[in-house]
Design a binder for this molecule. Structure first.
Ligand code: S3P
Length: 175
């Protein structure tokens, strides 16, 4: 049985790598944010606006318990998922968890484009974004580092990043 959960900061490539990995392994791919937004028929920014971050974390926690119970899946979760409730221990108890680790500069570069879809960084200038990433990454690292495996994606060459990540993950997990 294959149950792989990708964790890591916003912009680390969890969804992109997760999709490619699932396709290679021939199993379905799920994205926790997608699961939440489909179930509640609201976008992530709408949920933050209506229920606050606390409300979002509650839904995220509940949806994680549904999504992570599926067998033979690759699941990517949100950047904050491991850092609330006992989510990280829960994920470790039933899946191969992989931390896609990237340096703050790499994350800032990736996030420049998708800021509007992410309420925590919306409206920040490039400088503010870099400071925010540095500080919150440091706060989140203790949770992320609980993952069973870590893959440092900032060291990979840009061109072949996705294929190389998939190859390295398969090698680590022997799948
Ligand atoms: C968040 C990350 C987002 C999404 C929400 C909060 C976070 O997911 O869950 O905006 O706290 O880091 P991605 O990591 O897929 O962007």
């Amino acid at each position: 049985m294959i149950r792989i959960i990708l964790i890591g900061y916003m912009g680390a490539g969890k969804t992109t790598v997760g999709k490619a990995l699932a396709a290679e392994l021939g199993v379905p791919f799920y994205d926790l944010d997608w699961f939440i937004t489909t179930r509640y028929r609201r976008s992530v920014p709408e949920i933050f606006a209506e229920r606050g971050e606390e409300g979002f974390r509650d839904l995220e926690h509940r949806m994680l318990h549904e999504a992570a119970e599926f067998e033979d899946i690759v699941l990517s979760c949100g950047g904050g998922t491991p850092c609330f409730y006992d989510n990280m221990d829960y994920m470790n108890s039933l899946a191969d968890t992989i931390y896609l680790k990237a340096a703050p500069e790499v994350l800032a570069m990736h996030l420049k484009m998708g800021k509007g879809r992410r309420p925590l960084i919306e409206g920040k200038s490039h400088e503010e974004l870099e400071v925010y990433i540095q500080e919150s990454l440091q706060a989140r690292e203790p949770y992320y580092s609980k993952a069973k495996y870590t893959l440092d994606v900032s060291l990979l060459d840009n061109e072949s990043k996705i294929q190389e990540s998939v190859r390295l993950i398969r090698e680590m997990l022997k799948v």
